[in-house]
Every structure is written in structure tokens, then in C-alpha cells.
Design a protein around this ligand. Structure first.
Ligand code: ADP
Ligand code: MG
Length: 321
């Protein structure tokens, strides 16, 4: 397949976003936003760094790459509208595998009715996917908005994605295999939940891409506050206890790629957040609070055995070798 018939094959027959004026087919796309702030994010995925062929089907690679980008928009409180895809294709990938990648992206794009409006296609030594998403919002949810006394909460359960990867790499007998593998291969960004919180006046959000330890530290640093988290409140899936306890500890604190949301909200709004979560059937757990300690920018973990530890900002960091 040549580049032009490839572009023809990924082009949508019609677009869903009314603000779109020109989609794929010219030198650039054109859209006319309403009176809202535009929010944009990009995430790149490199073969054998972010994914491997033996644990992810091409369909999953496309699905997860767009899901990760949508999670960033959710963490900003933005409604997703458009995406653009840059792809470098190596000759080790067949055209049907590339089509599967785009089919995976289309699947999650259809869920949120977002449109593919452009991109770039090149050949290279490795498969690289670089997605740009565009959304809009009335109220961006910055990491810097946490204040003393806030409730710290998290959606869903932690560590599932790493448990899924473990199962994929160590075929054996595990309970809820499909659940964990799906959490790794096809994560669900918390888009509706973040949109449901629009009425909350002050809210700090961060999505869990590198593990809760890392994300909590980012909120603490940006907001210049100290955060206290209770180990025994960290939500995990009921069968998570089947894994080695050291692995459980590592995955739930430093695992990453769960694409859940970590938030800080004033105490008086916590009930409202819980209400939105229960309406949308999103599990939500209060895991701690913004403390009045003067160790600004730090996160502390109250262990089950009463010991208080500093929770360091470690997790997956590409530049730390
Ligand atoms: P140009 O040479 O003007 O940069 P291209 O020939 O690269 O344009 O692309 C033609 C059209 O196809 C453009 O609208 C571009 O955005 C779109 N396009 C190219 N590659 C992709 C891709 N991987 N995903 C989505 N759209 C793409
Ligand atoms: Mg051109």
C-alpha cells in the first residue's frame, strides 16, 4: 500500500465534531472553536520502550496509545475533540498490522466521538506512534490547585496494568486473567468522570501514568503542599492479593499505566465528587489528605504497621538511567 492509499484508508467518511471545517486532505486541518480554552497534549510510543509485540496486539497498541492521550485531557478537565497521528512505520510491520493499529485507535475514538483530523506518515527503523489530542474546557484542572485540608482521592484500583503485564509475560494460572490483561492492553481513561466534575469550583487532577507515588509528588510540588496517604486505603482489585506481596507493593505505588485519576478537592466538595462517581459507577476512594506539615512538596505514606515513610517520586522515568 502506498502512502496515499494508506491515508485514504484511515480517513473518516464523515466527521462528528461540528467545529471542524477541514479534516484530512489538505496541508493542514481547520476548526473553529467556541468560547472555550483549547487544551492539547501529545504522547509518543516507541516499539520496545512503551510496548512489545509479544504482549500487545497491534489493535491494543493503537487503542492504548490514544487512551493514554485522552487520559491526559481528562486530567486537565477537558472534553476531547480531535486527534492527529504521526507514525513512523518499519518494514517489520505489515500493512494489515498497521491497519489494526488504526482500528484500535478508531475504536476508542468512536467511544468519545472524536475525529482524526490529520497526521504524518513516514518510514523508519522502528515503529513510533506520536498522537496529539485537542480538547476544550471552561475550567482547566491544574496540578497546582491543591490546598491544605483537601481530600486526596483516586478513581478505580491501582496496580492492575502491571499485574496484567506480569500475567502476559509469565503465562500460568492466575485469577481474573482477562480483567488484568485488559487493564494493561485497553485501559479506560476517566473522561466522563472528569467531565462530570465541571461544577466543582476548585479541583487538582493528575492522571496515573507513572504510578501514584510519582503523580502525588507532582501535585505536592506544583501546589507547594505536603500530602499524606494511608497505605491501607489504597484501592486494589479483590484478587490483587494473589500476587507476591512485594510485587503488590511495587505495582500499586510505582506501577503506572492504570490511567486512573488522582485528585485533591476541598473537604466541602468531597460529597459532590462521590455523588458524581456513584452516578457514573466509577469507584472512588479517599486515600489521604493535604496536610499542614511544613515539608512542602513532599508526600508521606502511613504504612499499615504505623510507620510513616517519605513516598519518593520514583516510577517509570525515561531519562533516569
Ligand atoms: P503534506 O505533504 O501536505 O504534509 P501529507 O501528504 O503528509 O501532507 O498528508 C496528506 C493529508 O493526510 C493531510 O491532511 C495529513 O494531515 C493527513 N495524514 C497523513 N498521515 C496521516 C496519519 N498518519 N494520520 C492521519 N492523517 C494523516
Ligand atoms: Mg502540503
Amino acid at each position: 500500500m502506498d502512502e496515499f492509499s494508506f491515508i485514504g484508508s484511515i480517513q473518516q467518511p464523515h466527521y462528528r465534531q461540528s467545529s471542524l471545517i477541514k479534516g484530512i486532505g489538505d496541508d493542514a486541518a481547520v476548526f473553529r472553536p467556541q468560547y472555550q480554552d483549547l487544551v492539547t497534549a501529545k504522547d509518543m510510543f516507541v516499539e520496545n520502550v512503551h510496548f512489545a509485540k509479544h504482549t500487545m496486539h497491534p489493535y491494543h497498541i493503537g487503542y492504548k496509545a490514544l487512551a493514554a492521550n485522552l487520559s491526559d485531557l481528562a486530567a486537565m478537565g477537558a472534553k476531547p475533540l480531535f486527534y492527529l497521528v504521526g507514525i513512523s512505520i518499519s518494514d517489520r510491520w505489515s500493512s494489515s498490522e498497521i491497519n489494526e493499529i488504526f482500528r484500535g485507535m478508531k475504536k476508542i475514538a468512536d467511544t468519545y466521538k472524536i475525529d482524526l483530523i490529520g497526521g504524518d506518515t513516514v518510514s523508519g527503523k522502528e515503529l513510533v506512534i506520536s498522537i496529539t489530542v485537542i480538547g476544550d474546557t471552561d475550567k482547566a484542572r491544574y496540578r497546582s490547585l491543591a490546598k491544605e485540608g483537601d481530600v486526596i482521592f483516586v478513581t478505580g484500583t491501582l496496580g492492575d496494568s502491571q499485574a496484567g503485564l506480569h500475567i502476559l509475560n509469565n503465562r500460568g494460572i492466575f485469577r481474573d486473567e482477562d480483567y488484568y490483561m485488559t487493564r494493561h492492553q485497553m485501559p479506560s481513561p476517566r473522561v466522563e468522570f472528569s467531565q462530570g466534575l465541571q461544577k466543582i469550583s476548585r479541583l487538582a487532577l493528575n492522571d496515573i501514568s507513572d504510578g501514584i507515588a510519582s503523580e502525588a509528588n507532582e501535585i505536592a510540588e506544583a501546589s507547594k503542599v505536603s500530602i499524606m496517604i494511608y497505605e491501607d486505603r489504597l484501592p486494589v482489585h479483590p484478587t490483587f492479593i494473589q500476587f507476591d506481596s512485594e510485587l503488590q507493593n511495587k505495582w500499586k505505588l510505582f506501577g503506572g499505566e492504570d490511567f486512573e485519576l488522582l485528585g485533591a478537592v476541598p473537604k466541602h466538595d468531597w460529597k459532590n465528587v462521590q455523588q458524581v462517581a456513584s452516578q457514573l459507577k466509577v469507584p472512588i476512594t479517599k486515600i489521604g489528605y493535604v496536610s499542614s506539615r511544613n515539608s512542602v512538596g513532599q508526600v508521606f505514606l502511613q504504612r499499615k504497621n504505623e510507620k510513616l515513610e517519605r513516598l519518593e517520586k520514583k516510577g517509570y522515568n525515561h531519562l533516569s538511567r
